[in-house]
Design a protein. Structure first.
Length: 195
């Protein structure tokens, strides 16, 4: 980058003024925050914009995800001003949608297992988790499946397992979970959105 004499003098004056002001006790944090915000705006302008829908409720508010072209990672999510329903506004859950991405440092990425009555977590692989869940569901259904009720009517249901749905799924995923739960004979099926 080529710098002119005028640019050098301007930059030197700005840095010198900043140092002088900070030594006088003037707080420059708001200025730095403003500069960081400008940097973020420049990143958003150069990013790939991907349009999607919020999955939290049946409103289906529009979201604009800013994706870094170099890494392919989402670094900003905001309401879609062109969306016919939400017009860019989001509720608290939709506004916190960014925490569902891999940017969330607390997001679990591995299976953690704690033995019954144990106090320590063990790291396991996904094959262990899936086979263990399948085995526990099968054993529970084998012991607790009711084919006839007290009146002798055919019911074919499992009353010892329940399913509680998530608010992080869309209508199609919710339908698949509901059908799967009913196929297992579950009658205690509920969803977070109803509560």
């Amino acid at each position: 980058m080529k710098i002119t004499r005028r640019g050098f003098l301007t930059m030197s004056g700005a840095v010198g003024s900043g140092l002088a002001l900070s030594s006088l006790g003037i707080d420059l944090r708001p200025l730095r925050a403003y500069a960081d915000e400008l940097n973020k705006m420049n990143r958003i302008k150069s990013a790939k914009q991907v349009i999607t829908t919020c999955c939290y409720c049946s409103v289906g508010c529009g979201l604009v995800c800013s994706v870094d072209k170099a890494t392919g990672k989402i670094f900003n999510i905001e309401g879609d001003a062109d969306h016919p329903i939400s017009e860019g506004s989001l509720c608290a859950k939709g506004a916190g949608f960014f925490d569902l991405t891999e940017a969330n440092k607390h997001r679990l990425t591995k299976v953690l297992y704690r033995k019954p009555y144990g106090t320590e977590w063990e790291e396991k692989d996904w094959e262990f988790a899936i086979s263990r869940i399948a085995r526990l569901v099968k054993d529970t259904r084998d012991k607790g499946f009711v084919t006839r009720n007290s009146k002798g009517e055919l019911v074919n249901r499992c009353e010892t397992i329940g399913h509680y749905g998530s608010s992080n799924v869309d209508n199609e995923e919710c339908w698949v979970m509901s059908v799967r739960s009913r196929a297992l004979g579950l009658v205690y099926i509920d969803h977070q959105a109803r509560v």
